[in-house]
Design a protein around this ligand. Structure first.
Ligand code: SAM
Length: 230
């Protein structure tokens, strides 16, 4: 197989990317098709679909796998079979994501603008298929250890972070992206209780530095300390 195109996304790094598509709807990605697939004929009719399945390669994962993996949803402790997981460490390294199709641009080659993708920039895409909700949506399906959407954390911004966002032309969409990404709690499952620790996540062209301040209300909160050029 060969890639039909590559992703350019709001996520220059793997760290911080939500663990499934649609969890950060503000995330934008472009799928740029490569010759000979960058032919407008190949996407004729696709604009009538709101969502697409992308098949892609986890190109940033090592090509080795083990039969048991530790899903982050189980706190990084319990193990399940690799085929009972969405782990990136799997045979053939194939990924599958349902994304929103926002626009198709065929003026120079073919570019698909996508919403909510969980893909790092540079991801090679192998195929595109339109999503058919009448057969592919099963809201009552059982989903094992991932039976409900993950809980969201509250997200706050320092005055300095707010000022950085206000000064940017994409400030509103970047704020939404940061809120949606941090609400998923991108911190590693293994933490040794250091609330003072500053974490960083790279989004678009910035590093977003955040921490988990002590909170009297008991409500988990992540607070953006500063937003600096990457
Ligand atoms: N929705 C897809 C699936 O189920 O096959 C991906 C699920 S996987 C758990 C999502 C994670 O894959 C993201 O949080 C990100 O860290 C990682 N990821 C995204 N693109 C990748 C790539 N090209 N190579 C390796 N890891 C990637």
């Amino acid at each position: 197989m060969e890639a039909i195109g590559h992703i350019e996304s709001d996520f220059p790094d793997k760290f911080g990317i939500p663990r499934q598509p649609g969890l950060a709807p503000a995330a934008r990605a472009v799928l740029r098709l490569a010759p000979p697939y960058a032919d407008p004929l190949a996407v004729r009719g696709l604009d009538a679909f709101s969502h697409l399945w992308l098949t892609f390669v986890f190109h940033q994962s090592p090509p080795r796998w083990t039969p048991l993996v530790r899903p982050p949803r189980l706190g990084g402790n319990a193990k399940v079979g690799v085929f009972a997981s969405r782990s990136t460490h799997r045979p053939n390294r194939l990924g599958l994501s349902l994304v929103e199709l926002l626009e198709i641009d065929t003026r120079r080659g073919v570019r698909l603008l996508l919403g909510g993708a969980d893909l790092v920039s540079g991801t090679p895409v192998l195929d595109i298929k339109p999503y058919l909700p009448w057969t592919e949506s099963h809201p009552d399906a059982r989903s094992g250890y991932a039976s409900a959407a993950p809980q969201h954390l509250a997200v706050g911004f320092s005055a300095a972070a707010n000022a950085t966002l206000t000064a940017r032309s994409d400030g509103d969409s970047l704020r939404a992206l940061i809120e949606q990404v941090l609400a998923q709690d991108p911190r590693p499952a293994y933490r040794n209780g250091s609330e003072a620790r500053i974490y960083g996540v790279r989004l678009r062209d910035v590093d977003v530095r955040f921490h988990a301040p002590d909170d009297e209300t008991g409500m988990p909160l992540l607070r953006v300390v500063e937003i600096v050029p990457a």
